[in-house]
Design a protein around this ligand. Structure first.
Ligand code: NAI
Ligand code: MG
Length: 533
């Protein structure tokens, strides 16, 4: 099963396989289109037990030092799923001390690389074995479609862990030729204790993108999960210990950003911090890191990615892909194609078809088969998105479809499409992070390049054309970290991901992800007899 799922992912059809979810109409019972949301009212009861709600420090599940807990909510209803230990500064101190000891005294960095690799491989096997329970937790806490979690995201996490398990015993330095009678070599060494702060939109994938390279390079970790989605990381971290991870190597502290997160970013004994989330919080973390011990920071931040449809594009395919690029994961993607630029000659046809596509989108309880869109993560995001929709209407964009909440409970929003969007409108400039597509018109290539690049963000872009010359021009001209040509959101463990400009710095995944967790030591020693150089 899992290998079948993986093979469809690995064939490069991540987007296609996601796309096919719910696109044919075999399903239908108990599912609501966005305009008839009756079945949203009776949520499916998830069949998984929540065993881990405490902090994970030094290999033990423990209460917060304060004894405090916070509720994590079900976005389908706003009801409490569980109360989770609320970590704060003192818990971060305990977790960092455990990670420091595990790094300085071992056994983790002192094991053979092969032993570390085997532990990570065993973890991947356990992820595969528990795929469906993990996916259930992820959907319950986050609201994403279960089919997406079970068939795409958990298998991707498994694949990513195997990718980095494979790297663990292949990390080594170089022998460097130098001018002079010296033998010169480089050692590629772990940085030490890594602080990692992750968001709620892909809780498990962000967990994997962070811990995979950190562990492969034999660092130890303190992770602060997002307050909206603490459950799945605790569950899988328990499996990682079952796979043989020594205590203290990975510590997981649930809690809030301004308390636990800030304490981690500013901790003097944390050697590096990696963050995914908003640009505003990225700036705070960067400043906390520099004000404390100047720890290096990698940041994966917001975006306003352009999706450019040229006049020669296959319009039906472009419409489907632009729809997927924006609406996937309830629109809660840092690289969402949230500025759909369409050439004026095909604009009207594109808008009509994009509207029809959005109206067909299946909104409903994410546990129901065939549902493409679940609820937004929480009331703050829900309100923020509805405000953006109001702003779009007030600024004169044409509301083609959607525009309101779906159902009466939870945080569901109708798939929404705006046409006649202008560059200076808030909906075209700011990250909405919701199911709201903005379609803009362009006349020629130079113009669209300038407009696409005028954003302070530079995370991703999509280009849709059959003309190789145009594709190559756009490939060079667009200032973004990921460029998808005639595809979108194709992710793979080996493909690096990260942003230009205010979308952050550093790259995660692939060989590039290792650089964030290694430092290079140059070792120089004289050769006694230069004749043997
Ligand atoms: P956020 O960036 O504030 O939160 C992300 C993580 O940072 C969470 O774990 C949070 O607890 C932590 N955090 C918050 N303040 C912190 C601080 N002062 N020090 C250390 N850690 C801190 O994002 P939030 O509030 O959940 O969402 C706001 C907006 O951010 C969204 O509407 C969206 O536009 C964007 N966002 C972007 C994401 C991405 O993948 N790039 C993911 C999540 C949100
Ligand atoms: Mg939740």
């Amino acid at each position: 099963m899992a290998s079948l799922r993986l093979s469809s992912l690995l064939s490069g059809s991540f987007s296609a396989s996601l796309f096919s979810l719910g696109r044919n109409s075999k399903f239908g019972r108990g599912i609501s289109r966005f305009n008839t949301a009756a079945s949203l009212e009776v949520p499916v009861t998830p069949s998984v037990q929540i065993n881990h709600t405490q902090l994970l420090i030094n290999g033990q599940f423990v209460d917060a030092a304060s004894g405090k807990t916070f509720p994590t909510l079900d976005p389908r209803t706003g009801d409490v799923i569980a109360h989770v230990a609320e970590g704060d500064k003192e818990d971060i101190n305990r977790a960092v001390a455990a990670a420091r000891k595990a790094f300085d005294e071992g056994p983790w960095p002192k094991m053979t690389a092969y032993e570390r690799s085997c532990i990570i491989y065993r973890f991947a096997d356990l992820l595969e074995k528990h795929n469906d329970e993990i996916a259930t937790l992820e959907t319950w806490d986050n609201g994403k479609p279960y089919e997406q979690a079970a068939k795409i995201e958990v298998p991707m996490l498994t694949r990513l862990m195997r990718y980095y398990a494979g790297w663990a015993d292949k990390i080594h330095g170089l022998t460097v030729p130098a001018d002079g009678p010296y033998h010169v070599q480089t050692l590629h060494e772990p940085i030490g204790v890594a602080g990692q702060i992750i968001p709620w939109n892909f809780p498990l994938l962000m967990y994997g993108w962070k811990i995979g390279p950190a562990l492969a390079c034999s660092n130890t970790v303190v992770m602060k999960t997002a307050e909206q989605t603490p459950l799945s990381a605790l569950y899988v971290s328990n499996l990682l210990h079952e796979a043989g991870l020594p205590p203290g190597v990975l510590n997981v502290v649930s809690g809030f950003g301004s308390t636990a997160g800030a304490a981690l970013a500013s901790h003097m004994d944390v050697d590096k911090v990696a963050f995914t989330g908003s640009t505003a919080t990225g700036k705070v973390i960067s400043s906390l890191a520099s004000k404390s011990n100047l720890k290096p920071v990698t940041l994966e931040l917001g975006g306003k990615s352009a999706f450019i449809v040229c006049e020669d594009a296959d319009i039906d395919q472009a419409v489907e892909l632009a729809h997927f690029a924006l609406f996937f994961n309830q629109g809660q993607c840092c690289c969402a194609g949230s500025r759909t630029f369409v050439h004026e000659r095909v604009y009207d046809e594109f808008v009509e078809k994009a509207k029809a596509c959005a109206m067909k989108r299946v909104v409903g309880d994410p546990f129901k088969t065939g549902v493409e869109q679940g609820p937004q993560i929480d009331s703050a995001q829900f309100e923020k998105i509805l405000n953006y929709i109001r702003s779009g209407i007030e600024s004169g964009a044409t509301l083609e479809t959607g525009g309101e909440r779906a159902g009466t409970k939870g945080f569901y929003i109708q798939p929404t499409v705006f046409s006649n969007v202008q560059d200076d409108m808030k909906i075209a400039k700011e990250e909405i992070f919701g199911p709201v597509q903005s379609i803009l018109k362009f006349k020629n290539l130079d113009e669209v390049i300038k407009r696409a690049n005028s954003s302070p963000y530079g995370l991703g872009a999509g280009v849709f054309t059959k003309n190789l010359g145009i594709a190559n021009t756009l490939m060079r001209a667009l200032r973004v970290g990921s460029l998808w040509i005639n595809c979108f959101d194709v992710f793979d463990a080996a493909i690096p991901f990260g942003g230009y400009k205010m979308s952050g710095h550093g790259r995660e995944k692939g060989i590039y992800g290792l650089n964030n967790y290694l430092q290079v030591k140059a070792v120089i020693s004289p050769v006694e007899n230069a004749a043997w150089l």
